[in-house]
Design a protein around this ligand. Sequence first.
Ligand SMILES: C[S@@+](CC[C@H](N)C(=O)[O-])C[C@H]1O[C@@H](n2cnc3c(N)ncnc32)[C@H](O)[C@@H]1O
Length: 233
Amino acid sequence: MLHQALLLAGLILASYLLRRHSPRVYDAIILHMTSLWYSTVIDALPEGSKVLDVGMGTGTSLLSCRKEIEEKHLRITGVDFTEVYVQAATAKFKEAGADAFLSCKYGSVYDEELLASLAPRSLFDAVYFSGSIALLPDPAAALRGACKVLKKGGAVYVTQTFQHLSFPGLSVIKPCVKYITTIDFGELVMEKDILRVYASVAEELELVRHEKIEGSVDNALQKAYVSVLRKIR
Ligand SMILES: C[S@@+](CC[C@H](N)C(=O)[O-])C[C@H]1O[C@@H](n2cnc3c(N)ncnc32)[C@H](O)[C@@H]1O
C-alpha cells in the first residue's frame, strides 16, 4: 500500500514538473530535429520574405537560424495554439533583441480573422508548417486558410516526418505520447495520406517539391520530408 502511494505521488510530481517546464521539455526533445528543418526552409526562402510560421512552438529552432534570418532580412510572424510556447517564444525573442523581425501570437491556424490581422498591409510571401501539419485535424483546411493570406506566386513550405510503415497499436500509441512528454506529436500520418491532402488543394496550391531532408529522420518506419506548394491563383 505504501509503495503504491509513493509511486502515485512520484507520478503526480513528475507530471507536474513536466507540465511546469513544458517549453524546456519541448526544446530538449524536438530542437535537434527541427533546427535542421528550419535551416533547410530558410535557405530556400527568397531574400526579404515576410513569412507566417504556423505552429511556431517555443521559437528556439527559429532562433538557432538567427544569422541567416538577419542576413536575408526575413520577417517571421508565428501563430501557435499552445499559450506557454507563445509566452516562451515572445520572451526569448525580446531577450535576444530579435523582436523587431520575429514575433509570435497565440491562436489557431483555423482562425481566419487572426491570420488576416497578421497581414494587415501586405500578404505573406511564404507560409511555413514545421512539424505542425500532422497535429492539425483538417490539414487541407489549414492549407486553404494559409493560402488566403499568401501572395499569388508565394509558397507554402511543410517539414514533417511521414510514416512509411506502421505496426499494430502505433496509431494509438503516438497520440498518447503527449500525456507523458507534454509534447503533442500528432496523429500517425502516412506519406501517401499527405500526398492525397496536397492533391485535394491542387487547384490553389501546386506541389512543386517533395523530397527527403538530407541528414534528418530516415528509417524503415518514417522519414522527414520538405514539401513546397506554390500558390497558383
Ligand atoms: C511539433 S510542434 C512544432 C513547433 C515548431 N514549429 C518546430 O518545428 O520546432 C507543433 C506546434 O503546432 C502547434 N499547433 C497545434 N495545433 C495548432 C493550431 N490549430 N494552430 C496553430 N498552432 C497549432 C502546437 O502548439 C505546437 O507548438
